[in-house]
Write a protein that binds this ligand. Structure first.
Ligand code: ADP
Ligand code: ASP
Ligand code: MG
Length: 405
C-alpha cells in the first residue's frame, strides 16, 4: 500500500466527462489499496477567463482581490471531482487551500508555501477518505487568499506530498511524459523514461511549462519521486529521480524555449564599482526578476553598456523603475526589445564533455541565426535570439544533438 498524491492539470479536468474520467483514475489507485490525496487545477481556460474579468474591471486590479478571484477556478474543479468520486461510492471531500490550511507568504500572484497543517488530511486518509484539494492557492498570515503563480497546482501537489510524506507524486497532464522538447513544437521529440531532478529543474525554469519550477525545487529538496503521466492514454510516463538511478546519461536531454523574455540595454553607464548593484537593486526591490546579464566595456574604460533580460510582463514596469533612477545611474540611453526568445540546451552529460556549446553556436550560425546574449551553467547553455527564429532554432538544435526520433 502506498500513499500517493495525484495531481490533474487543466486539460485533464477540462469538462465534466473528463472529471468523471479523473475519478476513475483515482478509483483505480484506491482499488489497489493505495491512499490518495488529489490536487486539481482549474478547468482549462478558466484561470485565463478569471484574469480577463479582473482586467476588464481594472487595468491594475488590487492584488488581494485579484487572487481572491483567480483562485476560484480550482475550487470549482475540487467540488466537481468530489461529486464524481461520490458517484463512484468513494468517501471524499473537497478543500480550498485556506481550509487545510496551506499557509503562504504574502506575495500575491506568486506566493510561496510556508507550511501545511496536515492533521485533518491525515485523519481522513486513515479512515479511507479521498481529499480533493484545490491547487494553486493558499492563505497568507493576514488571512487573505493567495495564489502561487501560473502552473502553481504542481507546487501545491509537491508541497502536500512532502507534508503528508507521500511515497509518490503523480502529475497527470495532456502529454504522456517529459519529452526532449515541447512535443507541440518538435514533432520528432522523444519521450524520456527518466530525467534527473537537476535537468528537470533547468528544463522547467528555462521554459518547458510542463511543470512549475518551484514544484521541482521542492521535489529535489525532499527527494519526492515524481511521475509525469497522461490522464488520456494508458502508457508509462517519465520518472523524475536522482542521477544515480539513471544508467544511460544523455549528453543533451532537452531543448527549451522561452518567449517570455524582453531585453533591456543601458547604454553608457559608468564603469566603476557598485554600478551593477545600483541597477539591479531597484529592480529587485520592485520584485522584478532579472535573468541573463552581459556587460560590454567601451573603449574609453569609463563607460559600459549593460544588457539584461526580464520577463515580457515586467518590461514596462522595469523601464519605469530605471527611468526613475536615471539621474543616479546616469546612463545615456535605454533600449528595449521584446521580440526576443531564449533557447536553451540542457543535459547533465555536459559536465564531462567539451564542445557541446560550440555545436550549438555552429548549428545556429548554419541557419543564419544571430546570437544576442549567451549564458551558461554546468548543465545548460542558453542563448537569446530574435523571436521569429524560435521554432527554426529548436528544431535545428534538436536534430543536431541527435534527439530526433
Ligand atoms: P497541465 O494543464 O496538465 O498542468 P500544462 O499545459 O501546464 O499542463 O503542461 C503540459 C504541456 O507542457 C504540454 O501540453 C506540452 O505542450 C508542454 N511542454 C513543454 N515542454 C515540454 C516537454 N519538454 N515535455 C513535455 N511537455 C512539454
Ligand atoms: N490554474 C492555474 C493556471 O492556469 C494553476 C495551474 O493550472 O496549475 O496557471
Ligand atoms: Mg501546468
Amino acid at each position: 500500500m502506498a500513499c500517493i498524491v495525484m495531481k490533474f492539470g487543466g486539460t485533464s479536468v477540462g469538462n465534466c466527462e473528463l472529471i468523471k474520467n479523473v475519478a476513475r483514475h483515482v478509483k483505480t489507485e484506491i482499488d489497489q489499496g493505495n491512499k490518495v490525496v488529489v490536487v486539481v487545477s482549474a478547468m482549462s481556460g478558466i484561470t485565463d477567463s478569471l484574469i480577463d474579468y479582473c482586467k476588464q474591471i481594472s487595468p491594475m486590479p488590487d492584488i488581494c482581490e485579484y487572487d481572491a478571484v483567480i483562485a476560484t477556478g480550482e475550487q470549482v474543479t475540487a467540488g466537481l471531482l468530489a461529486i464524481a468520486l461520490q458517484e463512484l461510492n468513494i468517501p471524499t471531500r473537497s478543500w480550498a487551500g485556506w481550509q487545510i490550511p496551506i499557509k503562504t507568504d504574502g506575495i500575491h500572484g506568486k506566493a510561496r508555501v510556508e507550511s501545511i497543517i496536515t492533521t485533518e488530511l491525515e485523519q481522513l486518509m486513515a479512515i479511507g477518505y479521498v481529499s480533493v484539494v484545490a491547487g494553486f492557492q493558499g492563505i497568507s498570515s493576514d488571512n487573505r487568499v493567495t495564489t502561487l503563480g501560473r502552473g502553481g497546482s504542481d507546487t501545491s501537489a509537491l508541497a502536500i506530498a512532502v507534508a503528508i510524506k507521500a511515497d509518490r507524486c503523480d502529475i497527470y497532464t495532456d502529454v504522456d511524459g517529459i519529452y526532449t522538447a515541447d512535443p507541440r513544437i518538435v514533432f520528432r521529440a522523444r519521450k524520456l523514461n527518466k530525467i534527473t531532478y537537476e535537468e528537470m529543474l533547468e528544463l522547467a525554469s528555462l521554459g518547458a511549462k510542463v511543470l512549475q519550477t518551484r514544484s521541482i525545487e521542492i521535489a529535489m529538496k525532499y527527494l519526492v519521486r515524481v511521475q509525469v503521466l497522461s490522464s488520456f492514454v494508458d502508457s508509462v510516463g517519465t520518472l523524475i529521480c536522482n542521477e544515480d538511478e539513471i544508467v544511460e546519461k544523455e549528453l543533451v536531454s532537452g531543448v527549451t524555449y522561452n518567449r517570455d523574455e524582453a531585453k533591456i540595454t543601458l547604454i553608457g553607464v559608468a564603469d566603476c564599482p557598485g554600478v551593477a548593484a545600483s541597477i539591479f537593486g531597484p529592480l529587485n526591490d520592485a520584485n522584478i526578476n532579472v535573468d541573463m546579464i552581459v556587460q560590454n566595456v567601451s573603449d574609453d574604460n569609463i563607460h559600459a553598456d549593460v544588457t539584461f533580460t526580464v520577463s515580457k510582463s515586467d518590461l514596462d514596469f522595469a523601464i519605469k523603475v530605471l527611468n526613475k533612477k536615471q539621474k543616479d545611474l546616469n546612463y545615456e540611453r535605454l533600449l528595449s526589445d521584446s521580440n526576443v526568445s531564449k533557447i536553451s540546451i540542457i543535459g547533465s552529460g555536459m559536465r564531462s564533455h567539451s564542445g557541446v556549446a560550440l555545436k550549438m553556436f555552429k548549428t545556429l550560425a548554419e541557419k543564419s541565426i544571430n546570437i544576442q546574449v549567451i549564458s551558461t551553467s554546468e548543465i545548460k547553455v542558453s542563448v537569446l535570439i530574435s523571436e521569429e527564429y524560435t521554432e527554426l532554432a529548436i528544431r535545428a538544435l534538436h536534430s543536431a544533438y541527435g534527439l530526433d526520433i
